[in-house]
Design a protein around this ligand. Sequence first.
Ligand code: FDA
Length: 393
Amino acid sequence: MIRYDCLILGAGAAGMMCAAHAAARGARVLVLDHAKAPGEKIRISGGGRCNFTNLHAGPGNFLSENPHFAKSALARYTQWDFIDLVTRHGIGWHEKTLGQLFCDDKATRIVAMLVEEMRRAGAALRLQAPVADVAHGPEGFRVTLASGEVLGANAMVLATGGKSIPKMGATDFAHRVARGFGHRVTETRPGLVPLTLSGAVLEGLKPLAGLSVPVIATAGGAQFEEGLLVTHRGLSGPSILQISNYWREGDEIALNLLPGQDAVAALKALRTERGRKSVGNALATRLPARMAAHAAARAGLADNMADLSDRGLTRLAEALTDWRLTPAGTEGYRTAEVTLGGIATDGIDARSLESRHVPGLYMIGEAVDVTGWLGGFNFQWAWSSGWAAGSAI
Ligand code: FDA
């Protein structure tokens, strides 16, 4: 049996970060992954350019049963530390919007950077190596591979991520192993995911498919001002992905199609200036024409703008700024960017990410009940938690 100081299960964002840092501090490290290539989610992230962090990342951008849990790791390995690493590797980057940092070039540059960091530090990587069994005893951890080979280690890191995009090999492996070691796993559900609509609401919106508009979306006590995209199945775009983290089945969502505008004042101005136009056509000076026609129909207003009573105008303002919809569901793990929930934080030390039940067991990245907003926050959690565990091993 070959023995290591540390076996890391999962060569994703968190696992590779952890491996490079633990090995740089002198540990003999092996990273195992069942996939053909490391960092596959990094490769496809951010539309192929990887939104690798966010200038404004802080604990307030994360959801967890314990909102304080992520503070320690995020404070000790910050977005500035990761920006520094990326810059040292000569990878060009830019801010797209709202503090979101993307590679100028391909996301594979980030994967190559992490692989290079591991190589320099002496961490070994074994791909296409599915794990069949994991056990812990007085000798430490015993990991049996599907091939029958048995590996031993003093420390083991669960870094196999969450359940989103099963087509890419995502599994609940970390949750199952953690449960086996006495850890609680909180309720899990798809996050950063498009919402689906059904029935007449969906039929009414189908002609708008492909349309994108800025909105303020509200659900579950959270509010985001970003783009909305109408799809053939329902709603997507950054504002919807963001509120999907807060939305629960059966909840309503509210959309404001005129963010930052005084809707009543704007409509009064339209009534004066565009009185001879239909409500839909007048609104088309403020919104894409198809969205304007849809809003006028929702408010039941086919008249000319000049014929609009004050009551009708208020109804229209409401249809534009407080459009209520009850989604049928989400598109599920098939398209979700992340998994909400995961290994409960009360069983994990926030500073080291080490288990409170099993010494030497570490849990990092998306497998843990810490989920970020859209915008580079989830990778930042992977880097920060990976680094924190790597510093403790
Ligand atoms: P990650 O999923 O990266 O890695 C887990 C690894 O474990 C994988 O290599 C997998 O093959 C392996 N594994 C799984 N089960 C295993 C098993 N049973 N045995 C062995 N190995 C196993 N975030 C962000 O901040 N900015 C962005 O731009 C994006 N974009 C984005 C796009 C898309 C399409 C998705 C799906 C997700 C994103 N994300 C994102 C989220 C981000 O990808 C995610 O939060 C991190 O990759 C999580 O890092 P982890 O290392 O925890 O898991």
